[in-house]
Each structure stands twice: as C-alpha cells, then as structure tokens.
Design a protein around this ligand. Sequence first.
Ligand code: GMT
Length: 380
Amino acid sequence: MTPLPLRIGIVCYPTFGGSGVVATELGKSLAKQGHEVHFITYNLPVRLGSFHPRVFYHEVEVSKYPLFDYPPYELVLTSKMVDVVKAQNLDLLHVHYAIPHASAAVNAKRILAKAGKDLPVVTTLHGTDITLLGNDASFHPVISDAIEESDVVTAVSHHLKDVTRSVFGESLDISVVHNFVCPHHFDLPPNEEFRQELSSDGAPILCHISNFRPVKRVCDVVDMFHMVRSSRKAKLLMVGDGPDRQAAEERARTHGIGEDVIFLGKVKNPIEALLISDLLVLPSETESFGLVALEAFAAGVPVVSSNTGGLPEVNLQDQTGRLRPVGDVAGMAQDALHILEASVHPTFKEAALKRAAEFQMENIVPQYLALYKKALQPST
Ligand code: GMT
C-alpha cells in the first residue's frame, strides 16, 4: 500500500528554464495537498519564493578542492540524495532532466539498495536532455542507464517520448505527462503603466521569452519583427538573457528598429510581460513542449511558433496561433500580421484561454501522483 501523505524528494535545475519551473510548481502543489516535499539542488529554485508549509530545501555544495579542475557536482549530488533520503525517510525521488539528475538518482538508488532501502526513482525528461545531449555519444551510455534504471520515466510530450524511444530503445516504457499552468498565477490585472511605457500609442506588443540559447533562434524573432514593422507599427519585447542576446541586439540595430525592440533581460515573473502582450513569438529549432507558449495562452496571448518537436501538440494551427517550418521568418511575419488584425485577434485570444484550461495544474498533477503510486508498488 502507498503511504499517504508521501515524502518526496525533487531534484531539478533551480534556474529560469522550463524544467525547473515545472518541477518547482509541481512540488508546491504536492505540498499544498499535504505531501512533504524536499528540493535537492545547488541553489534555491527561482519559483520557490518564500515559505511554504511542508516544503524544504537542501543545498548541494561542491568542494573547491584544488585537485578538481572540474567540480564533481554529480557525485556530491548523489551523496546528498543518499543523505536526505535516509535522514528524511523519503518515499521516492522525482528527478527532472536526465543529466546529471537522473544518473545521480539511479546511483543513489544503487547505494541505498546496499543498505537495504528500496528507493523508487521517477525521471522526467524535458527536452534537450534527449534531443541534444541524447545524440551526443559522450553522454549516451550514462543517459541510457539512467532511463533504464528509473522505476518510472515520463516525457513532457508525445514527440519527446517518440524521440527518446528512437534514440534509446523502442521497448522503453515512457508515460507522457504534459507541462501545466497554475491559473491563479494569471489572475492579475495587466500592468497598464508598463504597457503605456512600452507602447504609448497603443501599437501591439509582440513578445519573446526564453533563455536566449541558440536553440531558441532569437535572431529569427528580430528578423520576423522587422518584416512586421515594415507593414505596421508594433513593439517587440524581448524577455530573458543568454548567449545570443548580444547578436539579437545587434540585429535589431542593423535593421534600424532598435527603438522598437526592448530587451528587458531576466525577470522574476515573465507572466507580467505576457499580460501586456498581444502575441508570443517562439521560432525554436527544437522544443519538446514549449511551456512559455502554454503560459502565453493562459494570459490570453496567441502564439506564432515553429512547427517543430512537441509544439504542434500545444499550439493549434489557426486556433490558438499559427505554426511554420523552422526558419520561415517571412511566413511567421505574415501570420503575426494576420493574428494582430482587430477582426480576428479576439477569436485567437479566446481559443488560447480555452486551450490553457486543458493544461491546468489540477488536470496534470494527479497524473504524476498516479505514477508515484505505480513506482511505489513492490515489484513482483
Ligand atoms: O532549460 C530547461 O530547464 C529545460 C529546457 C530544456 O532545454 O530542456 O526546456 C525544456 O523543458 C520545458 C519544460 O518541460 C519544455 O517546455 C521545453 O520545451 C523544453 N525545451 C526544449 O526542448 C528546447
């Protein structure tokens, strides 16, 4: 029988990325339901914020021993997992992202087995851990072992499940659990002062939110906006930071649209930016789900995206937005101009809100709980 409430260890990246957001919101929701949740990571997860009953944080600190050219984070994380599981008597670990979290977790499981403790490991694959790192020969055996030795494996889209099976074995048992949103996070009035500041004449605001890694194709966002801007007045709000920010800023200046493109940098709550936007642009090279597209829908914002990876499972053609092949910036500009027309924008907005309701937290979190129960069943 499953002991309820559960004591759950959650391991994730504490940064702004989608996997950390999903893991943190999941943990907060489980704690609200009465479970005890222990986050194990190297920094306080950005979405954790202030105190939540039954939520605990265990920091992983890597020694700066001079012999280490490369800090052995995975080993220290493994030891921390073993310690926390023992000290807090955890029922299971839910780890997000294969490298190094799932591989550290299955090693912790092996260590604990020697001490007579069975530790179920639930691994959630989020995207680039499979689509980019999974195809890198230097990681392949480790990711393969982590997936095979996890008790339950989930993927955030059918597309990611299919890719994982094609790379690591067609017989792998993988459950699809989509990303989710918490509707009450969007229950805020739009910040009119912010909107006025960006667009004093009421021109529509296009928005892009990401970590500005090459996979996000941020220069495509600027190029497509340049085409939109040559047909109508508009503003582009770029939220986030990362390796391609400088190139995107230069591209905007080269196009002579520097004044209409606002680079905000990292913000604590990107939802505020979505609430004052009219369209989200997501032209990614690959995207296993596209959490930010779902967040845009929840703010009533349609999406122009590439039709790659799991995005077609989220963004519905001609309903919640439009999709184009990766790199088709002219097509994306055409779609943006169409969606921004006053006669069609409200219909897209309404479909976006309806779509977000399908992926609300209360529909998705029970799917994880059901899988925890499966992982906790004694193997026969
Ligand atoms: O950066 C992260 O934290 C994870 C990131 C990634 O690159 O793997 O995002 C992935 O996880 C999100 C949450 O499940 C998905 O919504 C994103 O689509 C996915 N990103 C990519 O596949 C590029």
